[in-house]
Design a protein around this ligand. Structure first.
Ligand SMILES: Nc1ncnc2c1ncn2[C@@H]1O[C@H](COP(=O)(O)OP(=O)(O)OP(=O)(O)O)[C@@H](O)[C@H]1O
Ligand SMILES: [Mg+2]
Length: 301
C-alpha cells in the first residue's frame, strides 16, 4: 500500500504522506478552448511550489480544479491521498477544511470587517465554537498575518492593497490549514511590500509546516522562497524543478522568462548565492559570471 493510498484522516490528524497534491491526466476545456490537456503535477509535503506560466495558460483554472471549484473534463486529483474527483462527498468535505486559499483578487466580503471575514470559515466548519472564541481566533490570525490589531474592525475598503492581501491571508489561515493556495499574492504590491509578503509566506511555511501552492509572476518570489517551480505551457506542466535547473532547459518561454533581462534583474544577492551553490550547472555558472562582471563604463572595468 503506497503512502498516498486513500485513507480517511482523523479530524485532528495531520497528513503524513509525501505528496499532498497529485494531479494526473487533467483535462479542462471551455467550449472549443482546451486549457489543460493531460496535465500532471505532484506537490511535495512541506514545499513552496511556485507555479508560473504566461497569462491565460491556466494557472488559476488549475488551482480552482484542485480546490474543487472547477470540475475537470478528465483526470484525477488527489489531495491528502483522497480522490476529489471520485471521492465520497463527505470525505471531500473533510479534506476541504484542511486548506486555505488566497484568491487572485483577494475576494474578501466587502460588507464584513476583516475580523468577520476571517470568522466566515470558522462559522462554517466549527458551528459550535462560541462567538467569543471565534473572535479571539480571528484576532490571532489577523496578527499572524502581520496586520495591526486595529485592522480586525476595519472594512476591506479601508485597507491598502498590501493590507488587503494580508487580510485575505488571515482568512486563508482561519482553519489552521496544512495546505495553502496563493494566487498571485504579491501582484500589485510595491517591491518592499512584496518582499515582506514573501518573508511572511516563508516564515509561515517554516513555523507551521505548511505546504504552499503559489501562483506568481514575480521573479523575486520565485528566486527567494520557492523550493521548486512548475512551468505551465503548451496546456500542461512542462517542467518542475529548482530555478537554477529550470534555467538549464531549452524551452523558448523558460529561456525568455528566467534568462531574459527581467529574469536577470531579479537575481538578488541571495539568489546569486543560491546560484553559486549550483556552479556545476552551466547555466548557473554562466549567470554568476555575467552578473559578477562590473557594468560597462564603471571604474572597475
Ligand atoms: N469560467 C470560465 N469560462 C470560460 N473560460 C474560462 C473560464 N475560466 C478561465 N477561462 C479561460 O481559461 C484560460 C486560462 O485562464 P486562467 O484564469 O487559468 O489563466 P491564468 O494562467 O491564471 O492567467 P493570469 O496569469 O492572467 O491570471 C483563459 O483563456 C480563460 O479565458
Ligand atoms: Mg490567474
Amino acid at each position: 500500500m503506497s503512502e498516498d493510498t486513500p485513507r480517511r484522516l482523523g479530524r485532528h490528524e495531520r497528513y503524513r504522506g509525501e505528496h499532498p497534491i497529485v494531479v494526473s491526466g487533467l483535462v479542462n476545456c471551455f467550449g472549443e478552448q482546451t486549457v489543460h490537456e493531460n496535465l500532471d503535477l505532484t506537490v511535495r509535503r512541506g514545499e513552496i511550489l511556485g507555479v508560473v506560466g504566461g497569462s491565460g495558460t491556466g494557472k488559476s483554472v488549475l488551482m480552482r480544479s484542485i480546490i474543487g471549484l472547477q470540475t475537470p473534463d478528465e483526470g484525477d486529483i488527489h489531495v491528502f491521498g483522497q480522490s476529489l474527483t471520485e471521492g465520497d462527498p463527505e470525505e471531500v468535505v473533510g479534506v476541504r477544511n484542511r486548506w486555505g486559499v488566497l484568491f487572485q483578487g483577494g475576494a474578501l466580503f466587502s460588507t464584513l470587517t476583516v475580523g468577520e471575514n476571517v470568522e466566515v470559515p470558522l462559522k462554517k466548519f466549527y458551528p459550535d465554537l462560541s462567538a467569543q472564541l471565534r473572535h479571539e481566533i480571528a484576532r490571532y490570525k489577523v496578527r499572524l498575518s502581520g496586520l495591526p490589531e486595529e485592522a480586525v474592525n476595519k472594512y476591506p475598503a479601508e485597507l491598502s492593497g498590501g493590507m488587503r492581501k494580508r487580510a485575505g491571508l488571515a482568512r486563508a489561515l482561519a482553519l489552521d490549514p496544512e495546505l495553502l493556495f496563493l494566487d498571485e499574492p504579491t501582484a500589485g504590491l510595491d517591491p518592499i511590500g512584496a518582499a515582506a509578503f514573501d518573508r511572511l509566506t516563508l516564515e509561515l511555511k517554516r513555523t507551521l509546516g505548511l505546504t504552499v501552492f503559489l501562483i506568481t509572476h514575480d521573479l523575486d518570489t520565485l528566486h527567494e522562497i520557492c523550493d521548486r517551480v512548475a512551468v505551465l505551457a503548451d496546456r500542461r506542466v512542462i517542467a518542475v524543478d529548482t530555478v537554477p535547473r529550470l534555467m538549464e532547459l531549452d524551452h523558448p518561454w523558460i529561456q525568455e522568462y528566467f534568462n531574459g533581462p527581467r529574469g536577470r534583474a531579479a537575481l538578488t544577492a541571495q539568489a546569486l548565492d543560491e546560484l553559486r551553490r549550483h556552479m556545476d550547472l552551466p547555466a548557473a555558472a554562466h549567470a554568476v559570471k555575467v552578473l559578477d562582471k562590473p557594468p560597462i563604463g564603471s571604474d572597475k572595468a
